[in-house]
Ligand binder design. Structure first.
Ligand code: XIL
Length: 564
């Protein structure tokens, strides 16, 4: 911009004309594929000002040429999958072993890559000699470990950042009652950051965790901790969102919003351990969904200025922690076991390249939508998923209302289901769904479904409605957010009450924007002072998190609203 204002108008026109001529020549002389279509991920990432990273295992790094070649060519940042953890670097007290860690740093240096150090203080992969120490000795051992390990690479320009503490929260957002916490109390966290700053004043210091990608009780606890540590002057520079996702548990659609709220605290954010697992066996529909997840994560990072980049937790399914950790699941990475690129590679590539794609094949049409949970103002639509074979992967769905010449959009979703809200009472809706892929190709429309909203008046005591959406779930828990409460009456509400049924064995572990009480399997959520008044047609929402027995897949049902 600045330079163009220095060019005389005539000169600028000649420049443009010359450029156009060159472009015309290029069209005739060069193949039609965009010049950088096959450029490696790191080149596109650099063009967007981000890193693209991978975790590396020292075994294949030492003896597999294909592994080394892809690691060197495609990625600009490296994390040691295990080689910098405590059990590797200080297996017995004061006996340091940096062979694996050095191999990672040397490889990165040779290939002009950065290294993210992982991890200084964690409850896992830490030898029992540490765990058995008393408080004073444990604090000293922690400080010495940080000083030796972070200190070793302090002057090495490749090593740019550290996970200082890892996974300090449990799934409910309480500080994890690890041996660190049980022996030292919460202060070990601030002490670890201060020791890391002293050992390597130039490294960016991160706190890292999983299940914090969406806005939920755990990520909110992380947010509050980071905010309070920084207020106390503790040097927390960065928050790592691991990103161990699974296609069967849904995508955290508020990832970008969540990254942004941390960024607004003044910290850098990054995706540190991305993988997207699936129930085996792999098939093309699962691959397409997985590609969507990868694309969405990269796009969320691209959309947040303070997001430094995305690291994938390994790159080939040949070496992934997933099958060993999550029984029956796998195929979580962007290359298969034979180092072939998967649709998820294309998704990451094209997202980094700014959507560049040669994909002109639209996804298949979605199945006909089925409407359930119909209220005066909302309905849930579910359909059979589309598949996409054009390479850019399925990106999501749009629901339209059939209404003549221009059919308005009623909703969008990245999964094969959506809850439509804001509908008019006692109204017939004819709706259909179209899928779109990462290149923007639209499928042909699904068959049309017809449903009629109820007349309003709400549940017992009405007139209001409530619908709950499961935002994210994992093996033994889930987050319901939003539970949308809508006044379908003709007068403002003066407080509202929502009840719903919790499946047997489930426990509510946290909630926000409502007060929840549980009696048997019935949960009662009451509005708070600031959200009890809803004008006619207005909505508000609350959320909650619950735990459930491992392997149980049920979620709450029967949301009913009443207002005096
Ligand atoms: C995993 C490694 O991938 C495995 O090889 C190892 O056996 C266990 O740890 N969160 C983290 C990572 O912060 O360090 C973990 O890595 C995966 C979960």
């Amino acid at each position: 911009m600045l330079s163009s204002s220095l060019i005389r108008p005539g000169a600028r026109i000649r420049t443009l004309a010359a450029t156009a001529l060159l472009g015309l020549l290029a069209v005739f002389l060069l193949p039609v594929t965009p010049a950088d279509a096959s450029a490696p991920l790191r080149q596109h990432a650099a063009g967007r000002g981000k890193f693209i990273g991978t975790a590396l295992a020292t075994g294949p790094l030492s003896n597999e040429t294909q592994y080394r070649t892809i690691a060197a060519t495609e990625f600009s940042q490296i994390t040691a999958e295990n080689a910098m953890k405590w059990d590797a670097t200080e297996p017995s007290q004061g006996q340091f072993n940096f062979s694996g860690a050095d191999a990672i740093v040397d490889f990165a240096t040779q290939n002009n890559q950065q290294v993210h150090g992982h991890t200084l203080v964690w409850h896992s992969q830490t030898p029992s000699w540490v765990q058995n120490l008393g408080a004073t000795a444990m604090r000293t051992a922690m400080q010495n470990h940080i000083s030796q390990v972070a200190g070793r690479y302090a002057d090495n320009p490749a090593l740019v950042s550290w996970d200082v503490v890892n996974e300090v929260f449990d799934d409910n957002g309480n500080l994890r009652t690890s041996f660190w916490y049980n022996t030292l109390g919460q202060s070990y966290i601030a002490d670890a950051f201060r020791a890391a700053r002293a050992a390597d004043p130039d490294a960016r210091l991160c706190i890292n965790d999983y299940n914090v990608e969406g806005i939920n009780a755990k990520s909110t606890a992380m947010y509050n901790l980071v905010s309070s540590l920084r207020q106390q002057g503790v040097p927390v520079d960065c928050v790592g969102f691991q990103g161990h996702l699974a296609i069967q548990y849904g995508f955290p659609n508020d990832l970008q919003q969540n990254l942004q709220r941390f960024a607004d605290l003044g910290v850098q954010v990054r995706i540190t351990e991305l993988d997207v697992r699936m129930q085996m066996p792999r098939d093309s529909a699962k691959d397409a969904t997985q590609a969507t997840y990868y694309r969405n994560v990269v796009n969320a990072c691209l959309a947040v200025t303070a997001c430094a980049g995305v690291t994938i937790w390994g790159f080939t399914d040949k070496y992934s922690w997933v099958p060993d950790t999550f029984s029956g699941q796998g195929a979580a990475l962007i290359y298969n076991e034979s180092y072939q690129q998967k649709p998820s590679y294309t998704a990451v590539h094209d997202a980094l390249a700014g959507g560049t794609s040669t994909d002109t094949t639209p996804p298949t049409a979605p199945g006909p939508p089925a409407a359930t949970n119909i209220t005066a103002s909302s309905a849930t639509l579910t359909w059979t998923a589309s598949t996409d074979s054009g390479g850019s992967g399925l990106a999501g769905y749009t629901v339209y209302r059939e209404q003549g010449s221009t059919d308005p959009q009623l909703g969008q979703s990245s999964t094969a289901s959506v809850t439509l809200t804001g509908l008019s009472a006692n109204t017939q809706y004819q709706v259909y769904v179209r899928a779109r892929d990462g290149a923007g190709n639209l499928s042909t429309p699904s068959a049309t479904a017809t449903f009629t909203t109820t007349t309003g008046g709400g549940g017992p005591g009405g007139p209001c409605t409530a619908t709950g959406t499961v935002q994210t779930q994992w093996n033994n828990g889930y987050v319901v957010q939003p539970v949308t409460v809508t006044n379908t009456g003709t007068a403002p509400t003066n407080g509202w009450t929502v009840t719903f049924t919790l499946p047997a064995g489930h426990t509510v572990t946290g909630s926000w924007n409502a007060t929840l009480t549980t009696s048997g399997q019935t949960v009662t959520a009451k509005s708070l002072g600031y959200n009890g008044t809803l004008a006619t047609g207005a909505s508000t929402s609350f959320g909650f998190q619950a735990s459930r027995p491992g392997g149980n897949t049920q979620t709450p049902s029967g949301y009913t609203c009443s207002a005096p």
